[in-house]
Ligand binder design. Sequence first.
Ligand code: ZN
Ligand code: FE
Length: 238
Amino acid sequence: MIVMFPCLSDNYGFLLHDPQTGLTASIDAPDATEIARQCAQHNFTLSHIFNTHHHFDHVGGNQMLKEKYGVSIVGPESDAGRIPCLDQAVGDGEVFKFGQFDIHVIDTPGHTLGHCVYYIPALNSAFVGDTLFALGCGRLFEGSPAQMFDSLSKLAALPDETKIYCAHEYTLANGAFALTVDPENEDLKSYMREAKALRDKNLPTVPTTIAREKAANPFMRAKTAEELGRIRALKDSF
Ligand code: ZN
Ligand code: FE
């Protein structure tokens, strides 16, 4: 089962729990105090952290959670040197066991040079960190448009019904921009109406799905790396 909760200013925290073995992983560690509180509330003992990349709002809780629970910390090989307390580096295409689940590692550079996604076919779910957002994609802090294009192409190849757990609630701001590049897209317009209704009730717009993003997200719809780069530059100054 997956437990999702808001934390920090606009992050989401996620706990992945396997009832068969009692193992519990936090996807990234945005806020150690809130993660510990959620674990206590659900009677989980945190056993792992799966980091997507080294930014502070993703690894900031690593050390405190390591001290509190002795968690085992998994992270992308490609960002290994920048993830505090890392125990296990995982590479692109690797599949590792987590209780009853097979976790597939997909390298998705672009936002940062090292970044990975954790895909769990048995749950139809992918934890995508700051690579793909509902109606947007991560800012290119380190990588190139070509890298982000390849990374989003890998995610676009996942089954349409895959639930996409993004690390931030950015949907309304992303959608406002998306409407400027794709104003006639009916899927985008109806998506935005639904997203506004959810946010008006203070409900999350995450998870999204691959199908919805392919239909409405201008970065997923870009046909070339050049087109993605052009849209990304417009978004950066929007
Ligand atoms: Zn980030
Ligand atoms: Fe982030």
